[in-house]
Design a protein around this ligand. Structure first.
Ligand SMILES: Cc1ncc(COP(=O)(O)O)c(C=O)c1O
Length: 438
């Protein structure tokens, strides 16, 4: 069925508002969310989804990069049907094996560099990172510090959070590991060398962790010099390099993994989001060979999630989505650049690889206004960094949806360039949705 945007209520619509108001009272974690509740009948297809008030939205946020095949993809619907009527679907995955464990790990190993020949499946991106840290540290008894980058985001569990530096709100009052930071710039290599020479001998450094395209911190793309310097030094001193591919991996940038753009190969890879399960991948020798050193009850134990992960990899291959992501990413960036020449509000720093793109607005307020305005027009985008929006449609996006998005962006920018408050009423309660992501 061909879909198109339809927003016929104020946002949130009356049915959504009832649920969101009740949820606001009982959900401890909640301060912010998007002003709709997804349709119970799962209405939507392709890049479009419906809410319970009958509105249809165009999704350029892909459930925070975790919905690569969009809504109601026929392959994933087939998988869901296969699992219908089976119980349990959730197994204690590290101790009780289902065939899907093997199939997913083998699929993953086929799309990673040769020396990465083993993996560990887990629940979330943060846990993939935690376990990446653990296997790095287990082999390095002299560790005193770890190293991450300024602006990095690696998750919200306490270990992963120590490596995260994108916003203070994530970390206030929480204990952190001893860490040092590198600038996310071409000065990174020099600073790493300085740390080794002046602050911590290489055997005291447990790992360096890097997002080759920073996600939550602002969708900044590393430069080849930065990556090559860091990789050369980590290799020279035998410091494990962890590539955090939770957001950038699984094909979003047009390669399976963002580090491939730099022609380097890390020691450990972390994945999640688009894969539907968390995964930490490395050479088999990097893993501790003691039973129980890494494990979890539910980790990688949801049969449907595993099956969806397998089907996602197969579909990306079958539908040539890597190539399509490269093509559609260029098309989107060209469209953004055309708009930046005619818009009253300057959209700046258009950047990205494949379908992992962002641009900045002159101020945070303009960004927040723009996100709400796009929502009112039926288009979902996410914020990133201080004043950026990220543009991450599902991989099955076509030029048609990109054109619709660009038309909406242009008109939303026109509205947001007016003086005075742009929005009023209940939707303002959701203003923070512009920046609430990871
Ligand atoms: C690069 C990166 N690492 C780790 C995480 C944490 O993943 P999760 O939210 O699944 O725990 C995220 C989440 O956004 C991420 O972008």
């Amino acid at each position: 069925m061909k879909q198109q945007i339809r927003v016929s209520t104020s946002l949130p619509g009356p049915k959504s508002a009832k649920i969101l108001d009740r949820l606001m009272k009982v959900n401890g974690a909640w301060s912010i969310s998007y002003p709709f509740v997804h349709s119970e009948s799962g209405e939507g297809n392709g890049c479009y989804f419906g809410d319970i008030d009958g509105n249809i939205f165009l999704d350029f946020g892909s459930q925070i990069a975790s919905n690569p095949l969009g809504y109601n993809h026929p392959t994933l619907l087939r998988v869901s049907k296969e699992y219908l009527g089976r119980s349990p679907l959730k197994f204690a995955g590290q101790d009780f094996t289902i065939k899907e464990h093997l199939d997913l790990l083998e699929q993953l190993i086929r799309i990673t560099p040769k020396h990465i020949d083993a993996g560990f499946l887990i629940n979330s991106g943060a846990e993939a990172v935690e376990n990446g840290i653990k296997i790095a540290l287990r082999k390095r008894p002299g560790t005193k510090i770890g190293i991450s980058f300024r602006g990095a985001f690696h998750g919200r569990t306490l270990g992963a959070l120590s490596l995260t530096n994108s916003k203070t709100v994530h970390k206030k009052n929480y204990f952190t590991f001893p860490m040092q930071r590198l600038p996310f710039s071409e000065a990174a290599g020099e600073e790493l060398q300085r740390i080794i020479e002046q602050d911590a001998p290489f055997e005291n450094i447990g790992f360096v962790i890097l997002e080759h395209v920073q996600g939550e911190g602002g969708y900044h793309v590393a430069t080849p010099k930065m990556v090559n310097d860091v990789r050369t030094i980590t290799k020279q001193y035998g410091i494990p390099l962890i590539a955090d591919e939770v957001q950038s991996g699984m094909g979003r940038t047009g390669h399976w993994w963002a580090f491939e753009h730099f022609k380097i190969s890390p020691d450990i890879i972390t994945a999640g989001k688009a894969l539907q399960v968390g995964a930490m991948l490395a050479n088999k020798n990097q893993f501790p060979n003691e039973s129980g050193a890494i494990s979890s009850t539910w980790g990688g134990g949801h049969a449907l999630d595993l099956a969806n992960g397998i089907a996602t990899i197969e579909t990306i291959k079958k539908e040539k989505l890597l190539q399509k992501n490269t093509f559609h990413g260029s098309y989107l960036r060209k469209g953004l650049s055309d708009i930046s020449k005619i818009s009253n509000i300057a959209i700046q720093n258009i950047r990205g690889l494949g379908l992992m793109n962002a641009c900045d607005l002159p101020t945070k307020k303009m960004r927040d206004d723009l996100v709400l305005q796009l929502l009112k027009q039926g288009v979902v985008v996410l914020g990133c960094g201080k004043s950026g929006i990220r543009l991450i449609p599902p991989y099955i996006v076509t030029k048609i949806e990109i054109d619709i998005f660009l038309e909406n962006l242009e008109s939303a920018l026109r509205i947001c360039s007016k003086k005075g408050p742009i929005h009023s009423g209940t939707i303002c309660k959701y203003g923070m949705c512009a920046e609430s992501h990871s």
